[in-house]
Write a protein of this length. Structure first.
Length: 311
């Protein structure tokens, strides 16, 4: 009974978020997974690469959210960049599942002797599935119809500025506010609606010595009707291969991060979050875990006035 209660609670929280003001999935590795939230980042690494991420949120809670992402990006000529992103978000072991797909293209121009500015566009859509029958003692009287592979188109925009030791980006990856589900005809008011998510992220590199660098950064995510999310992160990088860091998500979590590069082509990143909210004090929540993988398939492409990857 405890298992079913917790599962129902988690899914209800997820549906409440979906109903009132749907937010995109959250990532502790936002600085490594930028292509998923900003199309202007496509090709910024000056190399053809493929990345994957898995996030298990609130470990120990049955039916807690899980997110997977897969992205491919590459420069295309001297100014263009292209990318593809796939995001799968799951709440309640399949009760609520949403899959996003989009293609991104970016165009980069020099704005100073040492900086470049990229403009990005992403086009795609998402599929939403909601199985109300998996909820225990939830909505039994309303007999809500399921949502099966409801497709909604999407378009987004972004800008990304890069210098050798500084970056900043602003993006709205979902400009279309699409209504997924409206059950008002049956006397209820369940409504799932895509709302615009605004992202701003920035960071700087302080060289402490030739082999040691400090890289503080932050990300702000805002959505109408939802709480403001602020992530503050600091990474200490050794010889551009090993990195350890800490992060704080305002009123939500503290995190530890670690990453390592192998042969300049393969990167593995790990993150563990501990909730600082009331949810973190429950015995059912063992924190959140995230793993990030990236592989660069070919040698770096030298593009004039394009700085390359920051991390």
């Amino acid at each position: 009974m405890k298992k079913y209660f917790i599962t129902t609670l988690v899914v209800a929280l997820g549906i409440t978020t979906m109903v009132s003001a749907q937010q995109d999935p959250q990532y502790t590795h936002y600085m490594l997974n930028t292509i998923v939230i900003n199309p202007a980042y496509a090709g910024a690494g000056n190399v053809f690469s493929i990345s994957a991420l898995h996030r298990s949120q609130w470990i120990g809670l049955d039916g807690a959210p899980e997110t997977q992402t897969l992205s491919v990006e590459s420069p295309l000529g001297e100014r263009l960049g292209v990318g593809f992103s796939l995001v799968n978000d799951n709440i309640g072991a399949g009760t609520v599942q949403q899959t996003y797909m989009d293609l991104a293209v970016s165009y980069t121009i020099p704005v100073s002797q040492y900086g470049s500015l990229a403009f990005g566009l992403n086009v795609g859509g998402d599929f939403l599935n909601v199985d109300f029958s998996k909820l225990v003692n939830y909505g039994a009287e309303t007999n809500l119809p399921n949502i099966d592979s409801k497709f909604s188109p999407n378009v987004g925009l972004g800008v990304y500025f890069r210098q050798e030791k500084f970056y900043a980006g602003l993006s709205v990856p979902n400009l279309l506010e699409t209504e997924h589900f409206d059950n008002s005809s049956t006397g209820t008011s369940y409504l799932a609606k895509e709302r615009m998510n605004f992202y701003f992220l920035s960071g700087y590199q302080f060289d402490l010595n030739p082999d040691l660098a400090l890289k503080p950064g932050f990300m702000v995510k805002a959505v109408s009707g939802g709480p403001l999310q602020v992530d503050l992160t600091t990474n200490l990088t050794f010889n551009n291969k090993f990195s350890v860091g800490a992060a704080y998500r305002l009123d939500s979590a503290v995190s530890a991060l670690f990453s390592v590069k192998f042969a300049e082509k393969f990167l593995v990143g790990l993150a563990y979050d501990v909730e600082t909210s009331e949810l973190g004090s429950t015995v059912f929540n063992d924190g959140s875990f995230e793993v990030f993988l990236r592989f660069d398939f070919i040698n770096r492409i030298n593009r004039r006035d394009v700085m390359g990857r920051f991390y």
